[in-house]
Design a protein around this ligand. Structure first.
Ligand code: ZN
Length: 309
């Protein structure tokens, strides 16, 4: 018996190692856009869970016990950084604090945005009116390419045997994002310059605005949390009329009632649902990062032109 177990032990060990190698790398991404990029790069070598899922708001995220459990089991965490996930450090601490993390926005020059009360999200720090880093860097596809390279480097560090696959998938994705960036520029160029103005429910498009030359206005006091005053809504409605702005949008993770009120007061129509901080579920209009841009431009361009649609 002793002889036999000694003989079997190395075989069992080898079998266990083979299973371990075949098991996908367990990755937790803070929100759906990072989860999509990580899946594109990792393919079947990774099993990705998003903490903040499709159509959910990272600004007001309440972690579940299963999220702590997932972080405890995770081999890599992918986070945005730039203050987008103020709840994540505490969550990582609750999960034991030992998981390696990659910051997708590392190396990106952050834009400033108004902080505190005006913005009103969980990811804005500082006093009202004080500038804070704008976390929504993924809305510029050049930054998206940097995200892909950062995430790929994190995957390679966590799973060096997958390096060739991760790097090949990342380079292919970077190429697609560069092409998509060119397409977005063409789309915006088809709109007369004076009409490149949009109103939406929270200021998630600062990087998009800077990269592609579209002005985005998020009503003061309008955020994913809290109700603005009737006076604030009326003031913005007057501004829309005065400037002839026809592109009014809600975002997928925010409450639509407010923008409905605003559009009704300004005599325009809410033109649909932009995706900013979360993707749609599978089968929805924006289930991936690239699909999000195609969907958003498909709504933005005719709305800015004032076309029926
Ligand atoms: Zn946001």
């Amino acid at each position: 018996m002793l002889r036999r177990s000694l003989f079997l032990a190395p075989l069992l060990l080898a079998a266990t190692q083979a299973r371990a190698a075949a098991a996908p790398l367990r990755v937790v991404a803070s929100f759906s856009i990072l989860a999509d990029l990580t899946r594109q790069i990792g393919g079947e070598r990774v099993a990705v869970r998003a903490l903040v899922g499709p159509d959910a708001d990272a600004h007001s995220f309440s972690p579940r016990p299963s999220d702590v459990a997932a972080l405890r089991e995770a081999q890599l965490v992918v986070r945005n950084g730039l203050g987008f996930e103020p709840w994540l450090d505490r969550l990582l601490g609750a999960a034991g604090g030992k998981v390696p993390a990659v910051v997708a926005s590392a190396g990106i020059a952050p834009r400033a945005m108004e902080g505190g009360g005006d913005h009103g999200h969980g990811h804005s720090h500082g006093k009202p009116g004080a500038p804070v880093a704008d976390p929504h860097a993924w809305q510029d596809l050049k930054n998206g390419q940097a995200y892909v390279r950062n995430i790929a480097a994190g995957l390679v560090a966590a799973d060096p045997e997958g390096a060739a696959l991760y790097n090949a998938n990342a380079e292919a994705l970077v190429g697609r994002l560069a092409a998509l960036d060119g397409w977005v520029r063409q789309q915006v160029a088809s709109v007369p310059a004076a009409r490149r103005k949009v109103v939406t429910s929270h200021d998630a498009f600062g990087y998009f605005a800077a990269a592609y030359g579209v002005q985005f206005r998020a009503p003061q006091g309008i955020s994913t949390e809290g109700e603005p005053s009737a006076r604030a809504v009326a003031a913005l409605a007057r501004q829309l009329k005065a400037e002839g702005i026809t592109a009014v949008f809600i975002e997928n993770m925010t409450n639509p009632s407010l923008l409905d009120r605003l559009a009704a007061e300004a005599g325009v129509r809410v033109r649909g649902r932009l995706f900013s901080d979360a993707l749609s579920a599978e089968g929805g209009p924006a289930p991936g990062y690239e699909a999000m841009f195609r969907h958003n431009l498909g709504l933005l361009v005719p709305a800015m032109k004032g076309e029926a649609g």
